[in-house]
Design a protein around this ligand. Structure first.
Ligand SMILES: [Zn+2]
Length: 104
């Protein structure tokens, strides 16, 4: 899917109210990655030294770009219940771009 259009109001089941309510859709932004490594990661990094392909005459090394080969993304969509304020996470298929449009 290249582009997905989502209405800004979706009717979802609220677990607290136990009924379907029409809530507002919000796209959650991703969290920040922590900078450093903790002690177990550092030790594991040291143990892995000498393993894995580093690129030779016939092969190229496995790079970070090759591992993340997918071009589409899944987004984190959350719908808040207007009555109790409970947030529900909804699943959407992969798409290159998402657009939240206003429902008339
Ligand atoms: Zn509710």
């Amino acid at each position: 899917m290249i582009m997905a259009r989502i209405p800004d109001k979706i009717k979802v089941y609220c677990r607290k109210c136990q009924t379907h309510t029409e809530g507002k859709v919000k796209q959650e932004k991703g969290g920040r990655r922590s900078g450093g490594l903790n002690w177990s990661h550092r030790r594991q990094k040291h143990r892995r030294r000498g393993h894995g392909n580093l690129g030779r005459y016939s092969k190229r090394p496995v790079t970070q770009t090759k591992m993340a080969s997918k071009t589409s993304k899944k987004i984190d969509l959350r719908v808040t219940c207007p009555e109790c304020g409970k947030i529900a996470v909804i699943n959407r298929p992969r798409a290159k771009r998402y657009e939240v449009f206003r429902k008339i």
